[in-house]
Write a protein that binds this ligand. Sequence first.
Ligand SMILES: Cc1ncc(COP(=O)(O)O)c(C=O)c1O
Length: 498
Amino acid sequence: MSHLFGHNGAPNTGYSQPNSIQTASKPTIPKGLVRKNAARWPRLSEPEMVRHYTWLSKRNFGIDTGFYPLGSCTMKHNPRVNEVIAQLPGIADIHPHQPEHHLQGFLSIYFEMQHMLEVCAGMDQVTLQPVAGAQGEFTAVRCIQEYFRLRGESQRNKVIVPDSAHGTNPASAAMAGFEIVEIPSREDGRIDLEALRAVADETTAAMMITNPNTLGLFEADISEASNIVHAAGGQMYYDGANFNAILGITSPGLMGFDAVHFNLHKTFSQPHGGGGPGSGPIGVKAHLAEFLPGPLAARRTPSPEETPLAVDKYWYHWTEPEHSIGKVQQWHGNAGAVIRCWAYYRRYGSGLKTMSEHAVLNANYLRHAIHKTAQEAGVSHLFNDGATTDVAKHEFTLSMLPAKEQLGISAMDVAKGLLDRGYMAPTVYFPLVVPECMMIEPTETESKDTLDTFAHHFAEVLKVDAETLHAAPVTTPVRRVDEVYAARNLCLRHPYDE
Ligand SMILES: Cc1ncc(COP(=O)(O)O)c(C=O)c1O
């Protein structure tokens, strides 16, 4: 990489401009702020720059380059029409400070998005402010905290999570100042109602749970769990990261939840990964609505002066909830992500139910295809599907424990072997309750051919001898890294002097 960086004072420059432009305006930078030495920018010509970024892009792996069955992350195809719509000048070129009469179209989209999510989730009010699922969790538990504070129930300082919960659930609740109470799951991976009964009491603020749960299993006892928590005076929080499995089929509202977050970037498509960019709106039942962060999009009958600009006979405007917990994000959240997801929803309409049905169908098809292919290849004894004994929802888990015990091949080895075959590795070692866990989520946007070929390669990887697999991946730009070291010792800038 060092060839990309010129040396201090090197004579070459990466561009040239007509003199008239170079001398057109004299900089008026205060003397004390003027550089003493030339900036050490890369000195490259335009073709060199283009080649550099194209080269970098080819080292990356994304949903546009291959199958990405990363369980819990719902990496689905992002339709290009979303990009076209998000980049329309009336959307991309507006400024958040523009007055409402400039923003009627934009506001109407926000309103429609809020309303669609309210209907899908069975909630009364949605805010589009949070920009990630985890931020949505934090926002919602803060609303719950304020709700209890105003009711004089500040002793409710505990949040219950099952041991299969996504790590962000206890982390968000702890950040808001709650004590975490973890309850064990049953043998079959589902919620243990007796364990819940034993801990739900007058100190319970909320229970946080996702359904289908992180093993991809539907929690059939969820209504009873809601009854237990409500009887103790607590609130039910729905982690909507797994919404892709149930959209249009059932809703958190029907299951008895009071608050929910949506990972728009998963369920409704939006390029994401590596932590962003995303959108994590939350929806709440009426009793929590006054605590939401604003602004919220609302509508009313227009005045005579407003009528000519009104959209569908309504005047759209921003409102602030009365006892809002305050801002969690600047401006109107991640507007680009909201618009892309709105475009996606608009294209599907009532077909969103079919989307979820196909996501579940694909997951179950792949689960069986992997079993069948592995059986034919004589390697099915090297894994089992842990607690998953019945129909999975949109994702499923496999335990590589037998492969580890019999051959010394871990879930990580299999994941790395799949990288060499051109696949993004499935999620590994999550959820923690499944030993040597691999978690696979194909999504509805993959074809039968893709799923069959992946099942074939999965079985092929299991046929590779342990020593070879320990060395995988060998075809990727970066070989196997020490992930803990890499996470703890982030290297985010180019060392100029090397
Ligand atoms: C079950 C579950 N909950 C919460 C989250 C957090 O969402 P985000 O990554 O948008 O912060 C995730 C993300 O992977 C998840 O899978």
